[in-house]
Design a protein around this ligand. Structure first.
Ligand SMILES: N[C@@H](CCC(=O)N[C@@H](CS)C(=O)NCC(=O)O)C(=O)O
Length: 231
């Protein structure tokens, strides 16, 4: 729903390679919402005063600051952006298209799978990066299992919600920036393992919002290699 608040200044506090934060920035770009990007370098251990003030509970990023008020949690931010700027787009003469599906059952399903990405995919990915040897390979196998499950959800659709890029695409596509890292660190061939998902990644990459936000696989690989001190 559009309201006056939607014209107040918008800031996104994030780090360029934060998969969670990419969701917020893709959603803002999808809605053509201008925002200021304030970088919080996650390589620095101590969180900034801004983050501690705006997200005292978790001290995590992304944080969307709208008219001085924080919205925390990436999925929460994507839904907020949909709520506030969905209607506004229509007023500006663009076709309104919400990221979340209109049908309640489809919305519930999209939220379920977004949560699956946060719980299962992120957890297996973190174990993959932080462990060595057999544990690392077991985490890779688990991660591929989760991605194949998502591939089955995608089916033969262009995007998770059907013909249009939407909520679950926004939630998952930042993780694709790690695919090159999975290949380099895990010795897997993503195209052979998850061909439909790789085709979907290419399709998503044709969107300006995704192109502008997603770092290259090589940059993501380098920063994770340094961060997790992987040889
Ligand atoms: N559920 C949160 C997770 C965000 C999160 O875990 N962010 C991490 C970076 S990946 C963070 O800010 N960590 C703070 C730190 O490392 O000090 C969301 O979706 O926004």
């Amino acid at each position: 729903m559009a309201n006056k608040a939607s014209h107040e200044p918008i800031t996104c506090v994030d780090f360029w390679c934060n998969e969670f934060g990419m969701r917020a920035r893709i959603a803002l770009r999808e809605k053509r919402v201008p925002f200021e990007f304030v970088e919080e370098d996650l390589r620095v251990r101590q969180r900034s005063d801004l983050v501690r003030r705006m997200n005292p509970v978790h001290r995590s990023i992304p944080i969307l600051i709208h008219g001085g008020r924080p919205v925390c949690g990436s999925i929460n931010i994507v839904e907020y952006v949909d709520d506030v700027w969905g209607q506004e787009e229509e007023e500006a003469g663009h076709a309104t298209r919400l990221l979340l599906p209109a049908d309640p059952l489809e919305r519930a399903r999209a939220r379920f799978w977004a949560d699956f990405v946060d719980q299962k995919v992120y957890d297996a990915q973190t174990r993959f990066f932080t462990s060595r040897g057999e544990k690392k390979m077991a985490a890779m196998a688990e991660l591929l299992g989760h991605l194949r499950r998502l591939e089955a959800v995608l089916g033969d659709k262009a995007f998770f919600g059907g013909d249009e890029f939407g909520f679950l695409d926004v939630a998952l596509v930042p993780f694709s920036a790690m695919f090159y890292g999975y290949e380099q660190h895990g010795g897997v061939d993503m195209e052979a393992e998850c061909p439909a998902l790789v085709r979907w990644v290419k399709r998503c990459g044709e969107r300006e919002s995704v192109r502008e936000v997603l770092p290259s696989g090589l940059d993501m690989y380098q920063i994770h290699k340094d961060f997790y001190q992987i040889e």
